[in-house]
Design a protein around this ligand. Structure first.
Ligand SMILES: NC(=O)c1ccc[n+]([C@@H]2O[C@H](COP(=O)([O-])OP(=O)(O)OC[C@H]3O[C@@H](n4cnc5c(N)ncnc54)[C@H](O)[C@@H]3O)[C@@H](O)[C@H]2O)c1
Length: 257
């Protein structure tokens, strides 16, 4: 199939819904052979039936699952051109209400999951000859927001892990670029839950909450998973062959103020 990602194999984590599904769709539309991975494998199977990608059960916190995913990709595809570390969880409450278990549970997905993915997949990425890792951070990895300390800290770690790996891989002459994407407000099940919470606490009006969310953004809009998919396609493609270690902010101007 022709396209900007023709001939490439892409593994997208957290692909059962939201931004991950948007990235899987965008990459498949550009000709990549996409492996859609999630701990919710039923969600990936639904997507697989719809757009003809492969579904894979993967809990990103599990070393064994990552080893099994690598074995599957080696056997079915031989190498991996694009790894999108997208799976993530959020936690919204004041810092004093974060238990240590909350903190560790969130870090296990948002930080350990990326480390395990990059470490396990490095040989398969290198074997592709021109690989790209795309890590999904957040605008919360660039600036502070109240009542989400663990989340913000995890996304700051994603930003820095990205730059560190970009430099490490380049210094070892490994053909793997590594960049982060920093989405603003993107309409997904994760943001829908957050918006329900803001309505309950009265910080945005119940009658048209999405208009209220949009009005917080300079472009007066809420983004869609497709907006992030377009950025991931660029970073995954050979058009970005000179791009490594960057932060691609896709947020309607939110952090430009
Ligand atoms: N939606 C936004 O506004 C927004 C903004 C900035 C950053 N992000 C980031 O984008 C990414 C995707 O967010 P979303 O809004 O699509 O969230 P979502 O909750 O709608 O989807 C997340 C997906 O990740 C999967 N997942 C969670 N834990 C997992 C695990 N341990 N192993 C495998 N899969 C797991 C879930 O099953 C789900 O399918 C996250 O990293 C999130 O932090 C989202």
């Amino acid at each position: 199939m022709a396209g900007r990602l023709a001939g490439k194999v892409a593994l997208v984590t957290g692909a059962a819904q939201g931004i991950g599904a948007g990235i899987a769709r965008a990459m498949a539309a550009e000709g990549a052979r996409v492996v859609a991975a999630d701990r919710n494998v039923a969600g990936c199977e639904t997507l697989a039936d719809e757009i003809g990608v492969e579904a894979l059960a993967l809990d990103v916190t599990s070393e064994d699952d990552w080893a099994a995913a690598a074995g599957h990709i080696a056997a079915s595809h031989g190498s991996l051109s694009i790894l999108v570390n997208n799976a993530g969880v959020e936690l919204v409450k004041p810092m004093t209400e974060h238990s240590l278990a909350d903190w560790r549970g969130l870090m296990a997905v948002n930080v350990d999951g990326l480390f395990l993915g990059c470490r396990t997949m490095q040989p398969l990425l290198a074997a592709s000859g021109a690989a790209s890792v795309v890590n999904i951070s957040s605008i919360a990895g660039l600036v502070g927001y109240p009542d989400q300390l663990a989340y913000n800290t995890s996304k700051g770690a994603v930003r820095h892990m990205t730059k560190s790996l970009a430099i490490e891989w380049a210094s070892h002459a490994l053909p793997i670029r590594c960049n982060s994407i920093h989405p603003g407000c993107i309409r997904t099940p994760m943001l829908e839950m957050a918006v329900e919470g803001w309505v309950r606490e009265g910080s945005i009006p119940a009658d048209d909450p999405w208009a209220a969310v949009a009005s917080l953004c300079p472009l007066n809009a809420v983004g869609s998973p497709e907006d992030i998919g377009m950025g991931a396609v660029y970073l995954g493609s050979d058009e970005a062959r000179f791009v490594t270690g960057i932060e691609l902010v896709i947020d309607g101007g939110w952090v430009a103020r």
